[in-house]
Structures are given as C-alpha cells and as structure tokens.
Design a protein around this ligand. Structure first.
Ligand code: PEP
Length: 254
C-alpha cells in the first residue's frame, strides 16, 4: 500500500511572519491526520524561510522540503543552495525539476539528473517533477515527453536509490491556471509512468514508488484525483497557501 503524500509548494510567496504562521497552523491542524502514520505531509517554503519554518514545525510530523537544490556541494555558485545546507536547516525533501525551474530557468534533464543524484547521495528525498506543455499534449506527445524526463532524470539511479524518490506528474498547462487534469487524464499518465518504472526497474519497485499529481489541485477536486488507482498524493501550489485550503486537501486524502 502506498501512503498518500501531500506536499505544499509555496513557491515565491509568503513573508517571514506569514510563513511561520502558515507552518504553525498546518502543524497544529494535522496532528490527528498524522497520528496513525497513514499520510505523509510536507511543506516547501521559500529557501530564506526554511529555518524559521523548521522551528515552527518543531515537534510536528509535517516534513520540510526545499523547492530547489543545486547539484554541487559547495564553492563559487552564487545564489545556489546545496544539499548539505538544506539538510542543515532541517529539510527532508526537495522538489527537483519543477516545471517553473525547467521552463523559466532553463533547467535541462541533465541538470535535473545531477540534482537527483546529489540529493540522494546527500540524504535528501527528491520529488522529481515531470509534465508536458499544452502544445505537447495537443500534439499527442505527452507520453514521449514524460518518458524522456523520467528516463533522463533518473539516469544512473539504481533500484536501491529509488527508495528515496517520489515522482510528481504536473502537466504544465494545469499549474497555476485553474485547469486541472481530469482524474482520468491523471490516471492515464500515472499508469504510464508506472509502466516506465517497470521497464527501468521491475514491477514490484514500480508498485512501491509514490506518484503525486500536481496542477490546480484543491479541496474540491482532491478526493476524485486521489481516488484513482495510481494517484498517490498531490503536489499543491496555490491551495497550499492557506491552512484551511491545504487541510481540506489533507482531509480528502485520509
Ligand atoms: C505546483 O506549483 O507544483 C502546482 C501544482 O501549483 P498549483 O497547484 O497552483 O497549480
């Protein structure tokens, strides 16, 4: 049984007080949900607020994640943050290859792959994000795009290391647009991703890996999406910025 994994990606939102307040509210309101270890919950605040949010989450089972990480350990990489720095401030997870990183900041599959390796070797759990653009879906190339992102993103990651990995299918046309993939569209791609994992590794490993859906997920559509066999969680942007909205999604996952 794959445990549902709900993660909030706060993107470049909140301020220091707002981030702490939001983290405290989520920690307080998810005590019951987390008490029987039936769900994984994480929040990914902006990097400058990670330490403050880590303190706000003290004593809580809500995990802390970064939105991005650099693949090198240290040195002359102005503006970047390493795996050990993220671990040092209390992170357990990091998003890697989010569509905004790929499409606004030009991250390639090769860069994404280096980050995945760095995260796993340094003890961070990567959430590897993949997904197609609208024009790619309209051209019928969703599977080809997602397959390439997965094969190249996971290149050299052996089966033992895959235990650390979560995948997130996030169709770019659904992120922050209010357009959600239908549960059937999500299920089709999630099942396809599991088939790729079967080809790359084996069927039992493919059955264990959690695959989140992301793209305008909210309390009102979460249950339907999570009701699909291969949808194991949600990566939530906009609806993770208010505790009441995020908690509505968590309720739907229980
Ligand atoms: C995201 O940022 O990963 C995301 C899915 O955003 P939203 O929920 O706002 O579409």
């Amino acid at each position: 049984m794959r445990k549902p994994f709900i993660a909030g990606n706060w993107k470049m939102n909140t301020d220091s007080h707002g981030a702490v307040d939001l983290a405290k509210a989520i920690a307080a309101e998810s005590v019951d949900a987390l008490s029987d270890n039936k769900i994984t919950i994480a929040v990914c605040p902006p990097s400058v607020y990670l330490s403050a949010v880590a303190s706000a989450l003290t004593g809580s089972c809500v995990g802390l994640g970064a939105q991005n990480v650099y693949s090198e350990e240290k040195g002359a990489f102005t503006g970047e943050v390493s795996v050990s720095m993220l671990k040092d401030v209390g992170c357990t997870y990091t998003l890697i290859g989010h569509s905004e990183r790929r499409h606004i900041f030009g991250e390639t599959n090769e860069m994404v792959n280096k980050k995945v390796h760095a995260a796993i070797s340094g003890g961070l759990l990567p959430v590897l994000c993949v997904g197609e653009l609208l024009e790619e879906r309209e051209a019928g190339s969703t599977e080809e795009v997602v397959k390439t992102q997965i094969i190249e993103g996971l290149r050299g990651v052996d089966a033992a290391k895959m235990q650390a990995v979560t995948l997130a299918y996030e169709p770019v046309w659904a992120i922050g647009t209010g357009l959600t993939a239908t549960p059937e569209q999500a299920q089709d791609v999630h099942a396809f991703i599991r088939s790729i994992l079967t080809d790359l590794y084996d069927a039992s490993l493919a059955e264990e890996i959690r695959i989140q859906y992301g793209g305008s997920a909210k309390a009102s559509n979460a249950a339907e999406l999570l009701g699909k066999k291969d949808v194991d969680g949600l990566l939530v942007g906009g609806a993770s910025l208010k505790a009441v909205d995020f908690m509505g999604i968590i309720e739907a996952a229980l």
